[in-house]
Design a protein around this ligand. Structure first.
Ligand code: ADP
Ligand code: ASP
Ligand code: MG
Length: 412
């Protein structure tokens, strides 16, 4: 039993949907029982978001957005099921609510809380390919919900867990997980395997090849998860546990995130409670904070810098200006032309000197580092947006991530 998910580009035209139908039938002829999860056709979700923006303004949200966006996937399940049936393959199309994919009630970013497996099992027992709309569910009150952008990955993993599938296969427009986004670094190399932990870091630090929640879910329930190409055959990348990892590279990959903005308030009194006074109102305004740095100056005042999502930048700046006034300082500044670059690898745990090598590499390329944050398996830096490509390529080369390359950091 396998669950396959086909992303937006893979179902981006009628011709591609017909190709997916051929592919599904090939697997079925191998004897697999198949549940197929599909995304909206490429560009469709963006198109629907922009329609909503015309009415609601920038960053639309709310329950009607769920109703609107869920239509994208409904189109694809219908078309794919038609294509399968035309080929003589028995199939059934199912929306999230028809399958009772239950979620909590947080609209636009709902979490799956349970799936009625009886229904899906019944269809499989009848020999049908079950074609499921990704990215959507239903809350306790019967409202349609959606799972956040990229959420079809999570639908696939949740279904694979619920029906105890042998593998969850994510088919997309690249043939696996690469050392970094191949659109930015053409020398990026496909990884045969990556650990759940590394994939989770890569996803949360900006590599959108898999939705973060899908990786979390798969890691928690130990669902074998594989990323593969819709367009060519190949082994793809297996997301695996650390124990099963064959080779232990120091660095698995480089992630980057353009969705960052930074804010600074200067000259606040360096006394207990100051961080809470600055960040409290930000969190009260429902704005998520990522990196935080505080420096204390010679005169016992502190400078406080933190990052937020770009969408929240303007609002965060207003809240911070208000707080600064209350604290008796007016020096607030912001920059939404920054990006975060991150090195990720479980091998960092047992290797010293990776951070300094990273900083040296960026310095040699003339790239100034704004902020730094580290954990056991990642190092992130904030740099000017214009250095994104240069930074990624220099690090990729220096850490020997390309095919057949030598890790110049091996002496570190
Ligand atoms: P889908 O529509 O199939 O869900 P996505 O656009 O969500 O596809 O994810 C695939 C894209 O992820 C690729 O086209 C690639 O540009 C991007 N990507 C970012 N980081 C990586 C990475 N490390 N490895 C592979 N792809 C990556
Ligand atoms: N269609 C949704 C999106 O574009 C969900 C998905 O493709 O996974 O984000
Ligand atoms: Mg995706």
């Amino acid at each position: 039993m396998i669950v396959q998910k086909y992303g937006g580009t893979s179902v981006g035209s009628v011709e591609r949907i017909e190709n997916v139908a051929d592919k599904v039938i090939k697997y079925r002829n191998n004897g697999d029982s198949i549940v197929v999860v599909v995304s909206a056709m490429s560009g469709e979700t963006n198109r629907l978001v922009s329609l909503a923006s015309e009415i609601l303004g920038e960053a639309p949200h709310g329950p009607e957005l769920d109703v609107l966006l869920s239509t994208g996937e409904q189109v694809t399940i219908a078309l794919l099921t038609m294509a399968l049936k035309k080929r003589g393959c028995p199939a059934i199309s199912r929306t999230g609510w028809q399958l009772e994919i239950k979620t909590d009630d947080s609209s636009n970013k709902a979490r799956i809380t349970g799936i009625d497996t009886d229904k899906i099992q019944c269809h499989l027992d009848d020999g049908l390919v079950v074609v499921v709309a990704g990215f959507q569910g239903i809350d306790e009150d019967g409202n349609i919900t959606t799972l956040g952008r990229g959420g079809s990955d999570t639908t696939a993993v949740a279904l694979a867990t619920a029906i105890n599938a042998d593998e969850c296969q994510i088919f997309t427009d690249v043939d696996g997980v690469y050392t970094t986004d191949p659109r930015v670094e053409p020398n990026a190399r496909r990884l045969d395997q990556i650990t759940f932990e590394e994939m989770l870091e890569m996803a949360s630090l900006g590599s959108k090849v898999l939705q973060i929640r899908a990786v979390e879910f798969a890691g928690k329930y130990k669902v074998p998860l594989r990323v593969l190409s819709s367009f060519e055959d190949g082994p793809g990348t297996l997301i695996t546990t650390e124990e099963n990892q064959m080779e232990q590279a120091k660095i698995a990959g480089i992630a980057f995130n353009r969705d960052e903005a930074q804010l600074t308030v200067k000259g606040v009194p360096d006394q207990p409670g100051i961080a809470a006074k600055i960040l409290g109102p930000i969190s009260d305004a429902n704005i998520e904070v990522d990196m935080i740095v505080q420096n204390v100056a010679w005169d016992n005042t502190a400078n406080f810098t933190f990052t937020v999502y770009r969408n929240d930048f303007k609002r965060a700046l207003e809240v911070l200006e208000d707080t600064a006034n209350k604290l008796g300082t007016t020096t607030v500044s912001g920059d939404d032309n920054i990006v975060k670059l991150s090195l990720v690898g479980v091998g960092m745990r047992s290797h010293a000197g990776i951070a300094s090598k990273m900083f040296e590499t960026l310095a040699d390329a003339g790239i100034n580092i704004g902020m730094i944050s580290t954990s056991e398996i990642k190092i992130s830096v904030v740099v000017d947006e214009k250095y994104l490509e240069l930074g990624v390529r220099c690090l990729h080369e220096k850490f020997g991530l390309a095919e057949g390359a030598k890790d110049e950091s091996s002496t570190a």
